[in-house]
Ligand binder design. Sequence first.
Ligand code: HEM
Ligand SMILES: *[C@@H]1O[C@H](CO)[C@@H](O)[C@H](O)[C@H]1NC(C)=O
Ligand SMILES: *[C@@H]1O[C@H](CO)[C@@H](O)[C@H](O)[C@H]1NC(C)=O
Ligand SMILES: *[C@@H]1O[C@H](CO)[C@@H](O)[C@H](O)[C@H]1NC(C)=O
Length: 519
Amino acid sequence: MEPHLYYAIILLGTAAAVFKFFLYPAFFSPLAKIPNAHWSCSFSPFWIFWMKWTKQENSRIYKLHLEKGSTIRLSPSLVSVNSYEGLKKIYHGGFPKPEFYFNGFAVYGTDNLFTIKDNQTHAAHKKALSSCFSKSSVMSSQTARGASRDILFNRVLPLIYKASTEDKPIEVMDLTYSYLLDTFVQWQFGRSLASNLVEDEKERRFYLDGFLGVAEYTFWQYHFPRLVAMLQKVGFYLIPKSALNAFEGVEKWNLEKCDQAQQLLASGKQLTVDDQPVAFEPALKGMSEVHAKPQMYPKRLPLASDMFSLNSGAFETSGNTSTYLLYELSRRPEWQTKLREELLSLSQPLKHIPGKSVEIEDITNPQDIDKLPVLQAVLMETLRLWPSVPGGQPRVVPRPCTLGGYHNIPAGTTVQSYASVLHRMPDIFAEPLEWKPERWLDSSPEQLALMRKWFWGFGSGGRMCLGIHFAYYSIKFFFASIYSNFTTTIHDHGDMEASDGYLAGPIGHRLELKFHLLE
Ligand code: HEM
Ligand SMILES: *[C@@H]1O[C@H](CO)[C@@H](O)[C@H](O)[C@H]1NC(C)=O
Ligand SMILES: *[C@@H]1O[C@H](CO)[C@@H](O)[C@H](O)[C@H]1NC(C)=O
Ligand SMILES: *[C@@H]1O[C@H](CO)[C@@H](O)[C@H](O)[C@H]1NC(C)=O
């Protein structure tokens, strides 16, 4: 080839690359008009990965929104949107989920309710389950009441009573995880397949250590799953093998529960209300076949994956929330007093009577508990200030659209909002960094309506949290029964600052409380 032709090709190639990777994203892309989080965001995702890796994403993006307004570009094709209009457009508009969810939350190598991208497939999975998760179903479920009776009243409260009489502290983060998982699993699979993490130390460590052991390696799995898989093939483990094996143990545990529940239903035996697998049964009937040979029912793994997304989604989010609520209340005796006054005003107050086993008829109606304003306010304020899903919830733009006044946002752009930013806007939530339940009690109706619009603890739209009513049910029952009979003080704790990531909870992972009995 002629040398000058050769140079011309190199020159053209370089020019094209410069245009594609620098000039276009920085000057010509419709996204170029959006303020950058950092100058490099126009042409490189390095900044956002660095923020994630160094665990300062949520706090930095909060400050950037305060400085630069409601729309910010975080990488060449990632935009953060912090407005109510944005929420409506993205999350009520059926924008599909990106790969991130599959990378982080698929189990058995197969999609589930949480990870499915497109809304049609998602709708089919959700259809079978949405009825048992509705507020009226959860509130009136006798199986759920039975679970509360067995786990809360006959296991957790006696354990707390015992510790209080012995003046011993209790580590409440693992206790709330255990309480919430046991309660959910009993409702999900029925009493005959229930777990007992509350009392069985071995099962508790197996499940919690197995499930949580991989948490500190999420960065690689969320964002570079192919790298993780590739390196694993040549024997290099970014996530330690022992952690992977322990997590697989938990997957197996859940799969066995599904297999047993299918056999239970296939046997045709008349099941008591307590034994009904309330969440598993409609999923099995909707997606698979009840009458199949053991482990041979159609869609076994997708079904097990859905069940896993439910029981794992149930305990950790609600447990982190409960831990923060115990922490806030334990530092503020005046709120404990207010809560107790309200609880004693119930027509049927919750009673812990030592040594006597509790029956369903003894238990206060959950509808009455749900209506208590102080309990609602302290919980809302905790979900606001300490959201357990504070990070960006990414969605993919399906067709060019306008967001935050910027036109022609290209299809394929990832857009996301952050609960941790929405919940801390000072013009909506005055003194946003303070835990002030009174804002939910004393604000004007207009202000309350505004705060409710911006509250995003459970997300919104078609992919909003499916378990919201179960979360309220199980968390409120726990707090109502404890603060009817006990006060709490802090004995000791680890770092209570929330970790910075997609999910969050107390960094130190330890809160020890003392419970003091009230007659
Ligand atoms: C305080 C407790 C809880 C909080 C704060 C919470 C929060 C959330 C949030 C923010 C989402 C949307 C995430 C996203 O799109 O990125 C979500 C989804 C989901 N949550 Fe929860 N959650 C809680 C409890 C529960 C419980 C008890 C269950 C029980 C089954 C559950 C099951 C799910 C499921 C299945 C989804 C996916 C829904 C879908 O894509 O259709 N969550 N949750
Ligand atoms: C599902 O997605 C389609 C195509 O993106 C969209 O038109 C529709 O509104 C979505 N449905 C829901 C319920 O979000
Ligand atoms: C709960 O908190 C722990 C930190 O103590 C965190 O690692 C985990 O991701 C949090 N989980 C959720 C679901 O928010
Ligand atoms: C718990 O509170 C109820 C209602 O105040 C009271 O009747 C009962 O004696 C208390 N139980 C204990 C063990 O203090």
